[in-house]
Design a protein around this ligand. Structure first.
Ligand SMILES: C[S@@+](CC[C@H](N)C(=O)[O-])C[C@H]1O[C@@H](n2cnc3c(N)ncnc32)[C@H](O)[C@@H]1O
Length: 461
């Protein structure tokens, strides 16, 4: 629960074996059966009907045997057997319900993935029983949109995406994040959009598709127009560029003056998009100081990966379900990570995860910044305090789910066990095709890195 005493990290006074035992307990506790079924998944599973029938047959068979046996033995013995069976039922029920008492925060996956997208069986899958970390918000507020809204959005966005001016956006956003940014911008309908990190201008174009008439401010050391000399790029007519020789870093701009110039009086009507590979804690503090409340981070890297400290990394904590790690080589986690690494290019095994002295947080205990041109080792305590700070100012943390499962998109990079359930789940080939996703080149599905939308709570002035 939300209790510092339940934290476990390599520098805690607890002995390594005790820590390992606790980890294994926590891990085992996360293996429980789902509490509900995904009717959709069951309906689309070809084997589901026959499995169901077989289990019923087995149950009938066992009860028949039991009643035959009881009728053969005496009344006294049957009482004893009933007592023993009753005892085991009570013990297993206690074990089942005690899972929620073990060092796990009140987990509300709905706040991460939005109403309608909750799949209790998602944490069941293989590596997935370790879960996916997320950032707790102060009051557990959720986004307004549902999975149906996302599916409708996809249907609308695919034809728009097909008209993009930059067809090959290597090093920039692929399909999943382009959709996420477009969807969020269109839903929030901001009066002004700010982007930090433009590259050739693909994300500027995405913002423009979402809000055709609203002003954009774009910050990038190299002006997107520069790329036009070599190939496709996008320069927007209603965009103020702090780029090229006019470049100013987001943290050095006098936002009060700039907003006044654009006639913006309510900063809650502004959406900021960060794709500049800077420490996200630094960016969050800068945005907070300026008074902005709606932020999207493109590269929300998982622990052990990436070139900057991300929200996902900050919130990877033992007291959050799916968070906190062990560098113990014989643990379940090490074994599962090694296996996942064979299938998913970006999966992280225990050797990549852990730095010296069993430092697993951030990237091997480092807080990276500025495309990893700067990196600073941080203590576990500092890392923990960072997440508490984030929690203290957060209303919403919402990770964009991958648009479709890997059997549909054929992506092989990110590990789906460390991502929320996709919008179009594996097996739903008909829906994938109907939305037009099958028309896109498979390479556009490779860039997913858990894009996140943050809503910062209103600050008292
Ligand atoms: C990954 S690219 C952005 C991709 C782009 N958003 C897209 O979707 O195509 C990162 C960009 O950040 C720019 N960048 C580097 N440092 C920056 C900073 N301090 N502020 C803003 N942008 C920065 C880089 O020059 C590069 O253009």
């Amino acid at each position: 629960m939300n209790n510092i005493a339940t934290l476990r990290h390599p520098h805690s006074p607890r002995s390594p074996s005790a820590a390992t035992a606790m980890l294994d307990r926590v891990v085992s506790s996360r293996r429980a059966a789902p509490h509900a079924t995904d009717s959709d998944a069951v309906a689309s599973s070809p084997g589901s009907a026959s499995e169901d029938d077989e289990s019923k047959t087995k149950r009938q068979h066992i009860s028949l045997l039991a009643s035959n046996y009881l009728s053969r033995i005496g009344h006294g013995s049957s009482c004893l057997i009933v007592c023993i069976v009753g005892f085991f039922v009570v013990v297993s029920l206690v074990f089942h319900y005690s899972r929620s008492l073990v060092c796990i925060s009140p987990y509300d996956p709905l706040s991460r993935i939005g109403p309608g997208l909750y799949r209790p069986d998602a944490i069941e899958s293989d590596f997935g029983y370790l879960g996916v970390p997320w950032c707790r918000s102060k009051h557990g507020k959720m986004v307004e949109w549902t999975s149906k809204d996302l599916i409708n959005g996809l249907e609308e966005f695919v034809p728009i995406y097909e008209t993009r001016p930059i067809k090959n956006n290597m090093y920039g956003m692929g399909f999943d994040h382009s959709f996420g940014l477009w969807f969020i911008a269109r839903w929030l309908k901001p009066d002004l959009m700010i982007e930090s990190g433009a590259f050739k201008g693909h994300s500027t174009w995405v913002l423009r598709q979402a809000m055709p008439d609203k002003p954009i401010i774009s910050l990038s050391p190299r002006h997107p127009a520069k790329y036009l000399q070599k190939g496709p790029a996008y320069v927007d007519e209603n965009c103020t560029y702090f780029a090229g020789k006019d470049f100013v870093d987001f943290g050095s701009i006098d936002w009060g003056t700039v907003m006044k110039k654009h006639g913006i009086t309510n900063l809650s009507r502004v959406l900021i998009f960060f794709d500049d590979h800077q420490n996200e804690l630094k960016r969050l503090k800068q945005a907070l100081k300026a008074g902005f409340r709606h932020l999207v981070f493109e590269d929300n890297y998982d622990t052990g990966t990436g070139d900057h400290y991300s929200l996902r990394q900050i919130c990877d904590q033992s007291y959050i379900r799916g968070g906190g790690h062990s560098c113990f080589r014989d643990s379940d986690e090490a074994r599962i990570r090694a296996r996942r690494k064979k299938f998913w290019e970006k999966a992280v095994d225990i050797d990549e995860l852990c730095g010296p002295d069993e430092t697993w947080w951030g990237v091997r205990g480092e807080m990276r910044d500025n495309f990893n041109h700067s990196n600073k080792p941080i203590s576990y305590v500092e890392h923990f305090q960072n997440s508490r700070f984030v929690e203290s100012i957060l209303d919403i943390y919402w990770e964009l789910p991958p648009v479709a499962g890997p059997s549909l998109t054929h992506q092989t990079r990110y590990d789906p066990g460390r991502a929320p359930s996709p919008i179009v789940e594996d097996g739903r080939f008909g829906l994938f095709q109907r939305l037009g996703l099958g028309r896109l080149e498979t390479s556009v599905f490779n860039g997913y890195t858990q894009m996140v939308y943050l809503q910062i709570s209103e600050q008292e002035s």
